[in-house]
Design a protein around this ligand. Structure first.
Ligand code: XIL
Length: 464
């Protein structure tokens, strides 16, 4: 991805918009033209659209190593509207030696996600694990400045491209004590490092939501209560925090407890969003489906639970692959748990989204895909090209919606019929609507950046 100045490509603050308008996330974002959540009129047949219908997102962890596998990318692009880099933005990947930053993996995830109409969660800035040895070796003063520099450099590099950052990850101990976990940060900087990290993060990118993220805080227990007390303290003293991430790694020994929803509710009542950030539940069949259903149903019942991310696309690449904890099997087939999740989100299971024949009421929806690429950049503008490809069946017409980023404008388009609604450009086929199965065509447009060089995002492709 081309490096760009951090200033001038900031989107409006989602947090600020939401607070000011007091309305659902999807409608705020849609009206501001900020993101690619599509809100279909009919019951959705994929996870992202189903979640978007209630103003939520449904995301996945993505790993660069698998993006070249066609089924992996196609499944991710079809089902999810939020992506978290599984490892690519962690400290060991981004600053393995002091002051020398590598954004290649993170950039690749952002680029893929954006082209597919997904937003991105940033994961993670300050964590005891996947931390290079040089950090652990620093004395307190140096460690403080290294932490500040790491937070600021990452957040400014990705400013305008990250929906929410996990600023601090896993800072509390397991067990009943509610104590802080020993780490270089905790041991040398003391309890105040978390507050300091959040203040530094807010200054670095005021447009991103700032989350605290942890595991085994899913139900009401000593660890979650310790986190709760910290968030409560932050809110009472004006320390900037917008969300709490509940990782949600479950198995039969560590099941979803009956107080799951109650726990989400007590955090939401503190005035933060709650997000399920790394959901995976080991098991299979109806037991696995029941557990997933509990999590999704709880999130849907809590207004400030605004999104769910599963920790991977397919069982075969899960970090707990032996436990088959995800929604797609190793052949990218939907498992029984998939339908349970889709239904709990309000969607309609049973269809193959690639096959327009499945839903008689919706002939041809999702029968095409659209992929964005920048083809040229000069002076104050760039050209974007969208490749429209028919799915498994021939199509006779297509419509693609593209979200631009304020204050971008489009002076000219080609190979389609353009109309505009706020920051959304709608392109209809113009003599190039008829495509055989798998065939593609392209259309293009020029974007005046007006200081914002963010890539336009494909919001939807529909065909008949
Ligand atoms: C895991 C990744 O999935 C693995 O690929 C990696 O080897 C270790 O980290 N909590 C987190 C995630 O916050 O970053 C972890 O991801 C899983 C536990």
């Amino acid at each position: 991805m081309t490096e760009q100045p951090p200033s001038g490509r900031r989107r409006l603050s989602i947090r600020a918009l939401r607070g000011a308008l007091g309305v659902g996330l999807a409608s705020v974002l849609a009206s501001a033209g900020l993101v690619a959540l599509s809100a279909p009129a009919q019951a959705a047949d994929n996870l992202g659209d189903a979640a978007a219908a209630s103003g939520r997102y449904f995301g996945t962890a993505l790993a660069t190593g698998h993006l070249g596998e066609q089924d992996y990318a196609a499944t991710a692009d079809r089902e999810f509207n939020m992506a978290t880099p599984e490892n690519e933005m962690k400290w060991d990947a981004t600053e393995s030696s002091r002051g020398s930053f590598n954004f290649s993996g993170g950039d690749q995830i952002v680029q893929h996600a954006t082209a597919a109409g997904m937003q991105v969660r940033g994961h993670t800035l300050v964590w005891y694990s996947q931390l290079p040895g040089w950090v652990s070796g620093l004395g307190a003063t140096d460690l403080q400045s290294a932490m500040d520099n790491h937070i600021t450099t990452l957040m400014q590099h990705y400013a305008g491209e990250i929906y929410a950052w996990d600023v601090v990850n896993e800072a509390f101990q397991d067990g009943g004590s509610g104590a802080r976990r020993p780490s270089p940060f905790q041991d040398k900087l003391g309890d105040g490092y978390i507050e300091h990290a959040f203040r530094t993060a807010r200054a670095a990118d005021p447009g991103a939501k700032l989350c605290y993220n942890d595991y085994n805080i899913d139900g009401v227990n000593a660890k979650s209560t310790a986190v709760y007390n910290m968030v409560k303290d932050f809110k009472s003293r004006g320390v900037p925090i917008d969300c709490v991430g509940f990782q949600g790694h479950f198995n039969p020994q560590s099941p979803v407890t009956s107080d799951y929803q109650q726990n989400l509710e007590r955090f939401a009542a503190l005035g933060v969003d709650v997000q399920i950030t790394e959901l995976d539940i080991e098991g299979s069949g109806s037991a696995q489906a029941d557990s997933y259903r509990k999590v999704v149903t709880a999130c849907m019942a809590v207004e400030r639970c605004n999104g769910i991310t599963v920790w991977g696309v397919t069982d075969k690449y899960s970090w707990r692959s032996g436990g088959t904890p995800l929604l797609f099997d190793g052949n990218y087939q939907k498992k029984p748990v998939y339908d349970a999740v889709l239904q709990a989100l309000g969607g309609t299971p049973g269809g193959d989204p690639g096959d327009p024949g499945d839903d008689p009421g919706d002939p041809g929806s999702a029968a095409c895909t659209a992929t964005y690429a920048e083809t040229q950049r000069w002076g104050d503008r760039f050209n974007g090209q969208i490749t429209v490809r028919a799915g498994d069946s021939a199509i006779s017409d297509w419509t693609v919606r593209v979200t631009l980023h304020s204050p971008q404008t489009v002076p000219t388009t080609w190979n389609g019929q353009a109309s505009y609604d706020g920051s959304v450009l709608t392109m209809r086929a113009n003599g190039n609507g008829s495509l055989g199965a798998g065939q593609s065509t392209t259309f293009g447009f020029t974007v005046m950046a007006n200081g914002n060089w963010s890539a336009p995002a494909v919001a939807s492709c529909t065909a008949t």
